[in-house]
Every structure is written in C-alpha cells, then in structure tokens.
Design a protein around this ligand. Structure first.
Ligand SMILES: Cc1cc2nc3c(=O)[nH]c(=O)nc-3n(C[C@H](O)[C@H](O)[C@H](O)COP(=O)(O)OP(=O)(O)OC[C@H]3O[C@@H](n4cnc5c(N)ncnc54)[C@H](O)[C@@H]3O)c2cc1C
Length: 472
C-alpha cells in the first residue's frame, strides 16, 4: 500500500534496513484514533511490510505541573481510544513509567522493528525521545500529527510573528490540508498478550497534585470533541469574530482542551470550516482578522487562530529552547526590561497570593478564579492576567515562573506550546512589537482595566466568576 501520509510529515530519527517484527506507534501528543497522521503512517508501514502493529501510551507518574484534573481528562480520553483501536484490530498498551525505561523494554519484548512517535516541540518530550533513541537499534520515525503544515516544513527558523509565518503557511496549505483517510481494520494479528488495563488503579498510582479536581462542563474523548466541534460550527461560528473577545459571552469554540490532548485534529476543524465557506482550499486566504482582505469574517477569524496563531506557538517552542524564560525574549524586549528592572512596583504579590486570587484587583481575581474553578480562562482575560503578573512581581524571571506554573497547573489546555507562547507574548514581547516606553513594562505592550471596560462588561464578568467560585 502506498503511504497515504505526505512523506514531508515524517522526520526520520533513525533508519535501518528492513527486518521482520512488529510496528509500534508510541502515542504521545495526539491521543486519538481518527484523523491521526502518526497512526496512519505506522499502519502504512505495517501493511507494506505485512507486520502486526500496536499502540502504546507511556504514563509517567508526573508531567510538568499536570494535576488530577488533566490526568483525569487524559485517561478518560485514552479509554475511549483503546476501544476504537480494538475495533481496528490494533491493541493498545498503557505503560506506566518513563519513556526511556518502558519503550526500550517494550521494543525488546515485542520484537518491535519500527517505532513511530508523534511530534511535540516541548523540551521534556524531546529529551524523552533522545534517551529512547539512544537505547534502541531500530528504525524510529517522528510524524507531525498536530500541525497542518509540519513545523519543519513551514519554516526553518523561529518566526518574528504571525505576519512572517502566515504567508509561508498560506503557500503550503494546499499541499498539506488534505483529507484524512480512514484507519483500516489491521490485517495482521498481534500475537503477544495484551493486558487488561485497570484504569482506576492506574490513576490512583500517580504521584500528582490531587487538590485540583476534574471539571464537569467538558467531556473528554474524541467522540465528545467531535460533537463540540459540530455544535460550535453550526451554532456559534456565525458570531465568532465579534463574540470571541467578550469574556461574558460564550463566543470561543472551547476546543483547546481537545487540541491539547489530541482528541481532535485542528486539521479536521480547518477542513470543516473550509467546507462551510464553499471555497476551494487554493482560494482560501489566511489573513489577520483585523486586516483588510475580502476574506474577513467568522471563518477567516477562526482559521487565523486555529492555523496561524496555533502553529506559530509550535514554531516558537520548537526553534527557541528558552521558550519559558527571559533568555527566550526578543533582543529589544530584553534591553527594555533590563532598563526597568529597578522601577518601583506599586504592588507586589507572592505566588500564594496570586494562586488564591488575593490581589487588590477584582478583575484579575475573577480571571484567576475562572481558571482555578473551570480549568479554562477566557482567551481575552489570559492576556490581562499574565501582564498583571509582570506588573506585580519584583522581577521578570519570577513573573515567567508564576505565570507558567499557574497556567500549567490549572488550565485544561496547559502544558502546551500555546501556553508558553501566550505567556512569552504577554510578558516578554514575543511575536509582538515594541510599544511606548513606560514604568515597569518598558516597551512591552501594556493592558489595564479601563481598556477591558471599553471591550466588555467587567462588572458582569466579576459577578459571574464570584458565583462560580461560591458554588465550587
Ligand atoms: C497568557 C496566555 C496563556 C495561554 N495559555 C494557553 C494554553 O495553555 N493553551 C492553549 O491552548 N492556549 C493558550 N493561550 C492561547 C488562547 O488564549 C487559547 O488558545 C484560547 O483561549 C483557547 O480557547 P478556545 O479553544 O475556546 O479558543 P478559540 O478562540 O475558539 O480558538 C480556536 C483555537 O485557535 C487557537 N488559538 C486561539 N487563540 C490563540 C492564541 N492567542 N495563540 C495560539 N493559538 C490560539 C487554539 O488552538 C484554539 O483552541 C494562552 C494565551 C495567553 C495570552
């Protein structure tokens, strides 16, 4: 079978002449059966060489600042994926431990001769892959199943901003925005024992923070993700451009937790949106939604966020390994922040005060409460929230640590390139330009409550979040 996967999606980490055995897809970032280029590539290899295949997910006892909230979402999603894979005659293994220990062992015990992993630009995942590669002597491929245009293809360097990445993505979209083929029922049986997974026992064995509980407003898993997409596209896309920046309206898609856990492919959403426009992909113009193209409107605004802004975050975290620190900021921002290091801060808060939503600012506290209690702060408030952390901490290094820590701990879509890029944009001017010089912020773009008041009903937002906090 010719591979249905564009070879440019595949990055060869190691390759050896073919030997018989089995194929393993080490599922990481893209936890779904449908619309998954990494799974499709693994299957195409297995069919070409007439080999059985399996999927394995490695469950480390902890991952960055992830809590019971995010692990619960992850495990429930995987439970569903296990069942979907089973229908395709593909067994699923859940391997507790760290990748450098469990993957080489699995490879040896199951005679794996071809290993496929999905792409993830975060440093911790890179390190996992390097240490796995050091311990195995089989072909090892990495497939970008998360981005529409694979990060290495979109650009060979860190981009300055959306305005430099957009034309590159635009040029490559017709090549990469192709329809996914279905996964086939796998024709070669897996002859090894597949252990029954005790999901509850596994969850109990994790050494994670259990104070941050799961939330009920969003259902994990690929089926729920698809429903959420269909509902958003049919009911709310028609107001997306105007409502998405209003925190008291349900104007955003709420798809980010699904993208983060890989329950839904952004490419699926892009394909569905383009179908709605009735246009050919070649005639889709990616445009800043504030721009002046004739393609403005709800669909264009969504495609801008979903494709350009999201893929810009992967570009940033892939090419800039200091994505979570001051060293990762652009030069102009570093110089400016250094000039303002000794400026007097009107307020200073500790991590504990921030975490407990105990600042003097009711609007900031409301945003923090939304994140703590619902696991998803409104997108507009995230900018205000992070910028105030810069304003109210003694040093920029501390503000980066606090913002990333809280974002990763409470947001369902946290521990993600989008989070690191969003924090670096807010605090360090990444993907932004220099603004007027002012105390503390230097030339970093400033935001204040009056600006928010001009955009939306601040009192109503504060009231809504107070009610949520009281009921939680
Ligand atoms: C300080 C800060 C922290 C952030 N932390 C995260 C995070 O941890 N995880 C995360 O996924 N996003 C993060 N964002 C980006 C953005 O706020 C969220 O992606 C968005 O609010 C998610 O909600 P939604 O899916 O309903 O968005 P929608 O408006 O419906 O957008 C659809 C999709 O487009 C993408 N998108 C939208 N806005 C952005 C953006 N500004 N940058 C990159 N991609 C975008 C996301 O994939 C999103 O799911 C952060 C932004 C800032 C300023």
């Amino acid at each position: 079978m010719a591979s249905p996967v564009n070879p440019q999606r595949v990055h060869v980490l190691r390759e050896f002449p073919h030997t018989n055995g089995t194929v393993l897809y080490w599922m990481g970032r893209d936890m779904r059966m449908e619309d998954n280029w990494a799974l499709l590539f693994a299957q195409s290899l297995a069919i070409r060489y007439r080999m059985p295949m399996a999927v394995a997910f490695v469950l480390p006892p902890s991952f960055l600042e992830a809590t019971e909230r995010s692990y619960g979402f992850l495990l429930k999603g995987l439970q569903e994926t296990e069942q979907l894979l089973k229908k395709k005659n593909i067994p699923f293994y859940l391997l507790p431990g760290t990748p450098e220990k469990v993957i080489p062992k699995f490879v040896q015990q199951h005679n794996v001769t071809k290993l496929v992993a999905d792409f993830n630009p975060l440093n911790i995942v890179d390190q996992y892959k390097i240490s796995v590669a050091d311990k195995i002597k089989i072909s090892f491929y990495e497939v970008d199943a998360h981005n529409i245009v694979p990060v290495r293809m979109a650009s060979q360097k860190q981009e300055y901003g959306a305005y430099t990445l957009r034309p590159k993505l635009h040029r490559l979209l017709p090549e990469f925005l192709d329809e996914f083929p279905p996964v086939r029922k796998h024709p070669f049986d897996w002859n090894h024992t597949v252990l029954v997974i005790d999901w509850q026992k596994l969850q109990k064995s994790l050494t994670i923070d259990r104070t941050v509980k799961e939330v009920e407003w969003i259902v994990p898993g690929e089926r729920a993700a698809e429903k959420c997409m269909v509902h958003f596209l049919s009911e709310r896309l028609n107001t997306y451009e105007t409502d998405r920046n209003d925190p008291i309206k349900n104007g955003q898609s709420n798809l980010s937790p699904y993208f983060h856990f890989g329950h839904l492919a952004p490419q699926r959403v892009a394909l569905e949106v383009i179908k709605l426009t009735g246009k050919d992909i070649r005639n889709i113009v990616l445009t800043d939604s504030n721009g002046s193209s004739d393609n403005r409107g709800n669909e264009a605004a969504l495609l801008e966020e979903l494709i350009v802004r999201r893929e810009l975050s992967d570009n940033f975290t892939f090419y800039n390994k200091n994505y979570d620190s001051f060293e990762g900021f652009p030069q102009w921002a570093k110089v400016s922040i250094n000039e303002h290091r000794n400026d007097k801060r009107e307020k200073i808060y500790t991590l504990e005060q921030f975490e407990n939503a105990a600042t003097h600012d009711a609007l900031w506290n409301a945003a923090q409460q939304q994140m703590v209690y619902t696991g998803k702060m409104h997108g507009y408030m995230r900018m205000y929230w992070a910028k105030k952390i810069l304003e109210w901490t003694p040093a920029v290094e501390e503000s980066m640590l606090i913002a990333n820590f809280l974002n990763n701990k409470y947001e369902l879509d946290g521990c993600d390139p989008n989070g690191y890029a969003g924090v670096a944009w807010s605090i360090g001017g990444v993907h932004d330009r220099a603004w007027f010089d002012r105390p503390v912020f230097g030339k970093i773009r400033y935001m204040n409550e009056n600006g928010c008041k001009r955009k939306f009903n601040v009192d109503e937002y504060v009231k809504q979040m107070r009610i949520i906090a009281e009921q939680s």
